[in-house]
Design a protein around this ligand. Sequence first.
Ligand SMILES: Nc1ncnc2c1ncn2[C@@H]1O[C@H](COP(=O)(O)OP(=O)(O)OP(=O)(O)O)[C@@H](O)[C@H]1O
Ligand SMILES: [Mg+2]
Length: 367
Amino acid sequence: MTTEHLLLELKAVSKSFGQTQVLERIDLAVRDGEFITILGPSGSGKTTILRMIGGFEVPSSGQILLDGADISGLPINKRPFNTVFQDYALFPHMNVAANVGYGLKVRGVRNAEIDARVGEALELVQLRDFARRYPAQLSGGQRQRVALARAIICRPRLILLDEPLAALDVELRRQMQHFLKDIQREIKTTFLFVTHDQEEAIAMADRICVMNGGHIQQLGSAHEVYYRPASEFVARFFGENNLVEGRLGEVEGDRRRIETALGALICAVDGQPRLAAARVGAKALAVFRPEALSLVPTGLADQNNAHGIVTALNFAGAHTLANFRAGAAAPVNLRLRLPSKAEGIALQVGDTANLYWRAAECRLVLV
Ligand SMILES: Nc1ncnc2c1ncn2[C@@H]1O[C@H](COP(=O)(O)OP(=O)(O)OP(=O)(O)O)[C@@H](O)[C@H]1O
Ligand SMILES: [Mg+2]
């Protein structure tokens, strides 16, 4: 359960390696008990953020606060955090119980207590019967669970996970996502989880922190990041989106017009004060999802519609994706997602069609 207490804060944290700046003035506030995923393309700085929080790297400038106190100078082993690495980093010569109990042993905890807590941790990750096995005798998913048990056992305030599921195949990965999320709910420990998989980020996070080029592009719930992208990068990064460029028109309540090659589009701007305040005539993109589009008879809607021709159809199981070319003078390519039907969908390549989407499904980003 998430509380309002701020466990960890990054304030204007920058990091350079030599001449190269890899993080620029990162501000991030993590609430006690929440599950945050840090999502971004390769090289965007995800691991570097995690390593600075963990104490493996020192920020070039800025502050890292724990419960409001600066921990920039605190060594790794004095931070109440634990890290789970992608390669698990288990000790090959120790069995599962010894691997899991290692952190307590080096802290000088009594053997009886270590045994009890190892038992509890293995119970939690459902590996009670594997205590005497060695890492080489375990599957990838089991090793991952050992690594998690080892991170949990010292009861850290924060668990840092750097792409912990990257080495697992798709099915196991999905199982481990549920498993990790369930465990996090049960132990109520704050998780910071790095991934570059959008679906994974959406499935697991209370909030997603989207990174690009050493900057945080957006921090918000999965729903916010998906439906209200804060930038063109975020709009393009999450699945397939339709983006149509234009010039901003007037604000009308919590809606705003944008003049595009498809004519005037009406977009929702509630909860986005920057977009409501941007000047008339500013360049922007209207953003709407392929699943937001529906086929309607011509003339039914006088705004947020497009008339054009179907250029491709791709059956993808539960749904069918259609490519669509709209507008006569300056053609605009749109993607449309329709529920698949056994008898086929009522469209063929070359058909003309009319599309409509609601203003609530249409958002703006500034460019
Ligand atoms: N020790 C280092 N010395 C020099 N440059 C580094 C060092 N560590 C990271 N970098 C650079 O910093 C940038 C960010 O790296 P980082 O590992 O944080 O990215 P990432 O988002 O975790 O990427 P990936 O998804 O590939 O793991 C990269 O351009 C990388 O080359
Ligand atoms: Mg990384």
